[in-house]
Design a protein around this ligand. Structure first.
Ligand code: CAA
Length: 414
């Protein structure tokens, strides 16, 4: 598999780096403390055309693909993981339309997303339906030319800032496999309210909210896709496309924490020398760097796989691997970075504590890392037929006696 970084992807990443340096990093502490969204940075992202990255060319985007999206997200998250997700969640909210929407829906909504004129959010999780994404209770009932939505969603990232919401609802409670459908709901639709704004441990610059739907009427043309019942598949394929984005956010966050730890270790003196000269600190830095680099390339591999072969069955597995490994890495790197900072790391006086607080959610959202391991192992077990040529029971003694080059070893015991 060749991982090709297009010139366009690198140009977009360079623009993201510039915005991160100018608008994101210098403001990160301010927006974290105030729990406010960084509108200036979002405007700069829109002006630089970065929201166009994941939108297909036919609808006003760059059509630059998932690898380019990962590169841009990584650069933004290196400066502030919260702003990284504030950006990437627009892709998460748009993928149901991009992957499953009708031509009319794509023409109507995607150009506004691409220009950054309208932000998007993704409403899947509920109070009693997180990892079990089929266990939803929010309903959408057909009524003439409309659907009427009722219920409550939880953990909607970008809620309030977003203008367009991809909302997953039960349309056929009696069906097992066609129970769920997705709808586009616009901010301001009567009965649609942002209720509780969560007080979070990390990523405090991006709002995460509860959304309430009380007899919210949306026209049937807002049902994503050609027919009802495709919502769960839209949700799953969306997550396959979006998980490399969370993973890229994690790589950026890990790199950001590592960079600070290296600089600190070089400047902080103990026992008459910079702590970077102490072998135990060197080991920590080396492990942090190895894990970050390994995660980075797994993320690029997963993203490039989706770009090269969009329907390939292995995309889901690789996306889950990248998400799981990169986010575990981010947590580990942030933890060790705090350790290197010592007492200063524990204080909110320095930026490293924020990296630690921001890292935890990466292992939880867009599918907990337990769910990712479930997805990975299901793929491995299903694909076991490809390994039928291997015989795990063949005694070594048989191999030593009978094995010739190019000749199958026969297991006389089975
Ligand atoms: N692509 C397309 N279809 C898929 C699919 C995929 N990747 N995975 C499963 N499906 C299909 C299956 O083929 C199956 O179809 P049929 O009924 O036609 O056979 C159907 O979906 C059901 O599949 P499963 O039996 O595998 O489903 P499951 O109930 O066992 O659930 C799961 C699988 C992987 C646990 C899934 O529920 C899941 O991913 N859960 C985690 C949800 C999640 O990530 N939530 C995060 C919310 S978003 C968020 O956090 C955003 C934010 O704030 C930033």
């Amino acid at each position: 598999m060749n991982i090709v970084f297009s010139e366009q992807a690198e140009e977009l990443a360079a623009k993201a780096r510039q915005i991160a340096d100018e608008y994101v990093r210098p403001q990160a502490a301010k927006y974290d403390k105030a729990q406010e969204y960084n509108h200036d940075a979002a405007r700069a992202v829109a002006e630089a055309g970065l929201f166009r990255t994941f939108v297909p060319k036919e609808y006003g985007g760059h059509g630059a693909g998932v690898l380019a999206l990962a590169r841009v997200t990584e650069e933004l998250a290196k400066a502030d993981s919260g702003f990284g997700v504030a950006f990437a969640v627009n892709a998460l909210g748009s993928f149901p339309m991009i992957l499953g929407g009708t031509e009319e829906q794509k023409k109507e909504w995607l150009p506004q997303v691409a220009s950054g004129e309208r932000m998007v959010a993704f409403c899947l999780s509920e109070k009693y339906a997180g990892s079990d994404a089929q266990g939803l209770s929010v309903t959408a009932v057909a009524d003439g030319d409309d659907y009427i939505i009722n219920g409550e969603k939880k953990w909607t990232t970008n809620g309030g800032v977003a203008d367009i919401y991809s909302v997953f609802c039960v349309t056929d409670p009696t069906s097992k496999s066609r129970r769920i459908s997705a709808f586009i709901v616009e901010k301001g639709t009567p009965g649609f309210e942002i209720k509780k704004i969560e007080d979070k441990m990390g990523i405090r610059c991006v709002p995460v909210v509860e959304t309430h739907f009380h007899n919210v009427r949306v026209p049937k043309r807002n049902l994503i896709g050609e027919r009802a019942g495709l919502g769960f598949k839209h949700a799953m394929s969306t997550l396959d496309y979006a998980r490399p984005g969370v993973a890229a956010q994690a790589v950026g966050a890990a790199q950001g924490a590592l960079d600070l730890a290296i600089v600190y270790a070089n400047r902080r003196k103990q026992f008459g020398a910079p702590i970077s000269s102490h072998q135990m600190v060197q080991k920590m830095l080396a492990d942090m760097a190895m894990q970050t680099e390994a995660s980075r390339w797994l993320v690029y591999r997963a993203a490039a796989g989706i770009d090269a072969a969009p329907g390939d069955a292995s995309n889901s597995k690789l996306a889950a691997m990248a998400k799981c490994m990169a986010t575990d890495t981010a947590m580990h790197v942030a933890t060790d970075a705090v350790q290197i900072f010592g007492g200063y790391g524990f204080m909110e006086d320095y930026p490293i504590a924020k990296f630690f607080r921001d890292a935890k959610i990466l292992q939880i959202y867009e599918g907990t890392n337990q769910v990712q391991r479930m997805v990975i192992s299901r793929h491995l077990i299903r694909a076991a037929a490809n390994l039928d040529h291997l015989d795990p029971y063949i005694p070594v003694e048989t191999q030593l006696t009978y094995a010739e080059p190019g000749q199958a070893v026969v297991n006389h015991n089975t």
